[in-house]
Write a protein that binds this ligand. Structure first.
Ligand SMILES: [Zn+2]
Ligand SMILES: [Zn+2]
Length: 335
């Protein structure tokens, strides 16, 4: 069976409708919408509920808030954007194996499944963008594209054949293969959450000399630094699947509904320039115009400058931006 590789930029036939609207696309044929994925639904609701504890004043600390904000970059940008997406899925650059695995472990702490599964689903998305078989097109409904697709069984996403075809290169590495086994990835997430609490507890106790001060500080780091941040990174990643396949402007006619969305571009540190990305999937840089600010690419550029990244793929010279630069109205997604 042919394997889909990162360098298959999948120039795809595409759905005819470039300006698709919500509600006109059927669910993927392999979805069984009555089969709820309970572990996913329960984890999703639980982590959202735990994040809501942030509204309890006793669980507040500025250190926790700072960890949540920095965590968006550390876990979301480095773990998901840079590693899961640009490095493992698209092979937009190369880096030392120890660094790749470090970033991947950080990515696992975002509770967005294993690198192998993430890569397989995302490559499949690129090959079938906004067609019926796209695992998470918002042209079904916005909720489906954002998070609904995670909650019901899609046989294709659980088949060995899909992993074989779309993520064989990743799972060839025993490190990634092991993460799939015995829910190791979920244990990694749990371990990092416990670590946040323990460090906070130790510092709080040592600093104030009171046991309960340690408990309070540890819990504030756990709630803000782990749960609030996990939920924020989830919704940012999901917005790339949902919002940027609905609203924004196109620099390139890609034959599906991908868009560059100013808001998602900024909050996701570069992933929201999604039409550029669909047009040129291997490029490490997703921002192609001067105002398409891409913190993830800046990070890759810095890694390259200090010798920790190489073979960084530049935007293809075959691509031609529209002559007329997009207006700000376009950029913020006005119709
Ligand atoms: Zn997409
Ligand atoms: Zn991609």
């Amino acid at each position: 069976m042919a394997q889909v590789q990162a360098n298959e930029a999948a120039p795809h036939a595409g759905p005819a409708d470039q300006h698709g609207s919500m509600g006109h696309l059927p669910l993927p044929s392999t979805v069984q919408k009555r089969q709820i994925l309970w572990p996913y639904l329960i984890s999703l609701l639980t982590i959202h509920a735990l994040a809501l504890l942030a509204f309890i004043p006793w669980l507040f600390s500025w250190t926790g808030v700072a960890l949540a904000v920095c965590g968006l970059y550390l876990f979301g940008t480095l773990g998901i954007n840079l590693c899961y997406h640009r490095l493992l899925t698209h092979r937009s650059f190369a880096c030392p194996l120890w660094l790749e695995r470090f970033f991947a472990t950080i990515g696992v702490c975002c509770l967005q499944d294993t690198p192998g599964r993430w890569v397989a689903i995302h490559r499949f998305h690129h090959q079938h963008s906004d067609e019926q078989e796209d695992p998470h097109s918002p042209l079904v409904t916005f909720f489906w594209g954002h998070m609904g697709w995670l909650l019901v069984k899609n046989e294709r996403l659980n088949s060995v054949a899909t992993y074989e075809r779309y993520a064989r290169d990743v799972l060839r590495d025993p490190f990634y293969f092991r993460l799939e086994k015995h829910l190791l990835w979920a244990w990694v997430y749990l371990a990092h959450a416990v670590l946040f609490y323990m460090i906070g507890f130790a510092i709080g106790w040592a600093w104030n000399g009171e046991y309960m001060e340690g408990v309070q500080f540890g819990l504030s780091l756990l709630v803000w630094g782990v749960f609030v941040r996990t939920v924020a990174v989830w919704h940012i990643t999901w917005s790339v699947n949902s919002v940027t396949h609905m609203w924004g402007y196109q620099n390139y006619p890609t034959g599906e509904n991908s868009r560059n969305n100013f808001f998602v571009g900024l909050v996701s540190n570069g992933e929201g320039w999604h039409n550029n990305h669909h047009a040129d999937q291997r490029s490490a840089a997703h921002g192609h115009r001067w105002f398409e600010f891409d913190v993830t690419y800046i990070t890759i550029w810095i890694l390259q400058k200090i010798g920790l990244a190489w073979d960084v793929i530049k935007p293809s010279p075959r691509l031609h931006l529209h002559e007329k630069p997009a207006t700000l109205g376009d950029a913020i997604g006005e119709p």
